[in-house]
Design a protein around this ligand. Structure first.
Ligand SMILES: Nc1ncnc2c1ncn2[C@@H]1O[C@H](COP(=O)(O)OP(=O)(O)OP(=O)(O)O)[C@@H](O)[C@H]1O
Ligand SMILES: Nc1ncnc2c1ncn2[C@@H]1O[C@H](COP(=O)(O)OP(=O)(O)OP(=O)(O)O)[C@@H](O)[C@H]1O
Ligand SMILES: [Mg+2]
Ligand SMILES: [Mg+2]
Lengths: 223, 223
């Protein structure tokens, strides 16, 4: 579904150059569940943002069903993200002036076949807090609103940047089960960045990043 | 060192009342390392913010070395936080317009016996990134700047809200070792909110919160 070829991402130049990604090639197959692991600063968020059309690589290309995203302009990338991608950000990126329900509805209103905002928020255990604003919610509750917002869209591609970082293990498992059922029932191509090894067990493949490169890929024999 | 008596925290009123804390009593002994565990939304951040003088309870008091913080005005709370407390926030709360080094220096400049900003950033593995701004740093790198900022102060009390949430396990262990050595060498009274069971093993006591109440306290026999 999504193919990355020869990706690099370089910030700055000269003495203060930071190579966030170097020569990354990756295929995400339709309906697959992939987990990205790697140390803090190894390039995970940078890779996920480029795959999701939120950032452009310095070199290389990203192909979505054969169409070259890197050759698209901003309007083309916006259409790609809006029509095909659900994204759970590492910092949640909720809109502070909208309630939990409104944050989800903002995304579902423009989707062709979404879940109800109420349904998506109930899946992540927030049915009692729908009309609260982000500032009135705990860290983990805000994270769950961000997850509800991404899955409510029923996207073709679901990219999650550390979706359980702020959650206790029990709540984290509820969220991972929600992501797994979206992947299974809708064949949503899913990539999850995590530090949580329980999540890695769910994946069809685990891709390890180190210093901006793919250092290892494990295939999960039991899936 | 820090004593909480009969704490409650209620948000809103009537139908939309949320009881974040109910009847919490807790002693933090001088030099102790305590871990706070509990589900998302159970009241951990609310309790830590009240203990650190960042928020006021609806009922109850917090005593620091016998002095009642809840009877202090804003200026009194600001002096308490500035003179005695290092705080690692769940959302890092770094100043975007300052580099990593400047974010740490802002706190150390007014402390009586601080570490050098460079030294504190080296302890958390960020010596190469001191002159970068938060927007140029990954999630886990920003979190580590927030930790360096708190420990550089060499505070009497160190309160950490999920200090390893955005870190891989290897980097997380480096940070936990830094917190443990501050606690051991400076006898800093330390409370850490975490979802990470490795951290719980470091504690003198583990305090479990559920629905705004303390549900259990374990004492670590091996410490
Ligand atoms: N301003 C507010 N208005 C209403 N409810 C609030 C407000 N701030 C916090 N709460 C609620 O109080 C409860 C406790 O919040 P708190 O942030 O302490 O939880 P937490 O244990 O830190 O959770 P997490 O692990 O998700 O960070 C939550 O249900 C939260 O939604
Ligand atoms: N705007 C920028 N300017 C300079 N360097 C940057 C910028 N954005 C990211 N970086 C660097 O690129 C590297 C990769 O960042 P990235 O956010 O992808 O890491 P990550 O694997 O997601 O880390 P974490 O697990 O801490 O979130 C990091 O060293 C980071 O500091
Ligand atoms: Mg990241
Ligand atoms: Mg919290």
């Amino acid at each position: 579904a999504l193919r990355a070829v020869g990706l690099s991402k370089i910030y700055g130049s000269g003495e203060v150059e930071v190579r966030a990604l170097s020569d990354v090639a990756l295929d995400l197959y339709a309906g697959e569940m992939v987990v990205l692991l790697g140390a803090s600063g190894s390039g995970k968020s940078t890779l996920l943002n480029i795959l999701g059309g939120l950032d452009t690589p310095t070199t290389g290309s990203v192909l979505f069903e054969g169409q070259d995203l890197t050759a698209s302009d901003d309007a083309g990338l916006t259409r790609f993200r809006r029509d095909y991608v659900g994204f759970v950000f590492q910092f949640y990126n909720l809109i502070a002036s909208l309630t939990a329900r409104e944050n989800v509805a903002l995304v579902t209103e423009i989707a062709p076949d979404p879940m109800d905002p109420e349904e998506a928020l109930a899946v992540v255990g927030l049915e009692e807090r729908m009309d609260h604003f982000p500032a009135q919610l705990s860290g983990g509750e805000q994270q769950r609103v961000a997850i509800a917002r991404a899955i409510a869209k029923r996207p073709k591609i679901l990219l999650c940047d550390e979706p359980t970082g702020a959650l206790d293990s029990k709540t984290g498992i509820i969220v991972l089960e929600a992501l797994e059922s979206v992947n299974r029932e809708l064949q949503t191509t899913t990539a999850i960045i995590t530090h949580n090894s329980v999540t890695a067990a769910m994946a069809d493949r685990v891709i390890y990043l180190a210093d901006g490169r793919i250092s290892r890929i494990d295939r999960n024999a039991s899936r």
